[in-house]
Design a protein around this ligand. Structure first.
Ligand SMILES: [Zn+2]
Length: 247
């Protein structure tokens, strides 16, 4: 009996924690970005954090640094595409890594925002991809790629764009494994700064690596994504506060 009570209490407290963790949020209105911090205790950092993402990358305020080249060892490994109502996300199987400061981060998933979340000199791009990596302790590093519109269809997107689920809360197994490296620009120069998740719970301690060179996608490709989302899915830029952006 006592055992049952303890188990019951644990189940209850974890159910409460999960409900809070999963408090509903949106990109506009009463549950929009201005209110994320009030929607759940677990979302507090969205309101009070001092290292929040996204940010405006101001070319006049960046600091020249000897940033080491990014070591990206990616292989084709995207095996599922998910529409979670907030974004379209491709899940990646183990085996693709980013090495930063001699430290390995494994690519877990990548997803999209339209318009872009980060800005260059106050300017949004039509779309931005976030490649989310985690090290063995769960520390996150995100490689961000901007998309500008052009005449040529983006070959990286072509791999899975037709398979994106149109309805929220759907996952589709990809017929061919997606290679994320097809989404990267030729030039791997990047900006580096500390930030956060750009969605609740807005957890900080995320290393951001934003590619300086945008890649090209057609207006149609961007529109297909925006139409599936049905609303902009970008958090507004957050104050840099005491942070420095290195380039
Ligand atoms: Zn993102």
């Amino acid at each position: 009996m006592k055992q049952w009570l303890i188990t019951g209490a644990l189940l209850l407290s974890s159910a409460v924690a999960n409900a809070e963790q999963a408090a509903h949020w949106t990109y506009e209105g009463a549950e929009g970005p201005e209110h994320w911090g009030e929607l759940a205790d677990a979302y507090k950092e969205c309101a009070i954090g001092k290292n929040q993402s996204p940010v405006n990358l101001d070319s006049k305020a960046e600091v020249e640094a000897e940033l080491s080249p990014l070591t990206l060892a990616y292989q084709a490994g995207g095996n599922e595409v998910l529409n979670n109502g907030h974004t379209i996300q491709v899940k990646y199987e183990p085996g693709s890594t980013l090495t930063l400061d001699g430290h390995d981060y494994e690519l877990k998933q990548f997803h999209f925002h339209s318009p872009s979340e980060n800005q260059f000199d106050g300017k949004n791009y039509p779309m931005e991809a976030h490649l989310v990596h985690a090290d063995k302790d769960g520390n996150l590093a995100v490689v961000a790629v901007m998309f500008e519109e052009g005449a040529e269809a983006n070959a990286g997107l072509k791999q899975f764009w037709p398979q994106m689920p149109k309805e929220a809360d759907n996952t589709v197994a990809l017929t061919d494994k997606v290679d994320v490296s097809a989404l990267l620009p030729a030039d791997h120069d990047y900006y580096r700064f500390n930030g956060s998740l750009t969605t609740p719970p807005c957890t900080e301690g995320v290393t951001w690596l934003v590619m300086k060179q945008p890649v090209v996608a057609t207006a149609d490709q961007v529109k297909i994504f925006a139409d599936i989302m049905g609303h902009p899915n970008n958090r507004p830029v957050q104050p840099l506060d005491a942070r420095v952006v290195m380039k």
